[in-house]
Design a protein around this ligand. Structure first.
Ligand SMILES: [Zn+2]
Ligand SMILES: [Zn+2]
Length: 271
């Protein structure tokens, strides 16, 4: 694959294992022409999973310095993975990934990007044991993303299917589920231009296939979204995990191109 790029990368500034420089060196070694960092936006409701407020400033400075240091080797972009309820300044980034990892249930921020056991507890405690109600609440929240900022990329569109290979919290093939997902895609269409084929859950052993699932890929194509390929990297050894499979999935869903970020903005590349 030419012009390999990954815009979804976590570091020690949030919950990743590596420093930005370690990731850059790995990217250069693997033949990447560019790399983007997407630290988790500061979440007052989950500081242990995000960059701190001070850390965010250091992160920005660190990436700027690394851009200079490696300018002849690789192009570097400073982005952010914004969680919908983060209350932070969104200026000063090269690109923004918008994502939902928490549901606001009453006055509680409930994290569900967790183990299957935790998800089961969330469904029992907040959705009276109904997996489909949980799924519908997620897609309703996701469809509200554009209210919170001007995002470039929708992060892991169907994140709630993380455990679907092992446990059925809801029926992914049901009309009710599909409608909820499609309604979110329709609400986001024209407001956020790109979605990611996210291979992160493969890298971490949760799933065999990337997000989003096949039926959603077709809907996203129909609605005119552009695709980027990203690994949601938390470990530099997995920087390009599943990329070949992501290309095949896009082709099989009718996509002719994927997008990469350049200094001139996002540009399409043939698959
Ligand atoms: Zn995420
Ligand atoms: Zn991420």
């Amino acid at each position: 694959m030419e012009d390999v790029q990954n815009l979804h990368t976590h570091t020690k500034y949030d919950d990743g294992a590596d420093t930005p420089e370690e990731i850059i060196l790995t990217a250069v070694q693997k033949g990447f022409t560019s790399i983007g960092f997407s630290g988790h936006s500061y979440m007052h409701y989950a500081p242990e999973h995000s960059m701190s407020e001070e850390g965010t400033e250091e992160y920005k400075k660190d990436i700027q310095l690394l851009k200079q240091k490696y300018q002849n080797k690789i192009e570097i972009f400073c982005g952010l993975e914004f969680d919908m309820y983060s209350e932070i300044d969104l200026t000063g980034y090269d690109y923004l990934i918008g994502a939902v990892h928490y549901l606001l249930c009453g006055d509680k921020f409930v994290g569900f990007d967790r183990s299957a056991e935790v998800v089961k507890g969330v469904i029992d405690d907040y959705f009276a044991g109904s997996g489909i109600e949980y799924a519908k609440a997620y897609y309703k929240a996701l469809s509200e993303l554009p209210r919170y900022g001007d995002f470039d990329i929708i992060g892991h569109f169907d994140l709630i299917t993380k455990h679907a290979d092992n446990i059925k919290f809801f029926d992914e093939t049901s009309r009710e589920y599909k409608n909820a997902a499609i309604e979110a895609a329709e609400a986001l269409s024209g407001k956020i231009p790109f979605f990611e084929v996210n291979t992160g859950a493969i890298a971490r052993g949760y799933r065999k296939k990337p997000y989003p699932s096949a039926f959603l890929l077709k809907e996203l194509k129909r609605l005119g979204f552009g695709a980027v390929i990203a690994s949601d990297c938390h470990d530099r050894n997995m920087l390009d995990c599943g990329f070949a499979e992501a290309v095949n999935l896009l082709k099989n869903s009718g996509f002719k191109e994927r997008y990469i970020l350049t200094k001139q903005g996002f540009v399409p590349l043939s698959l």
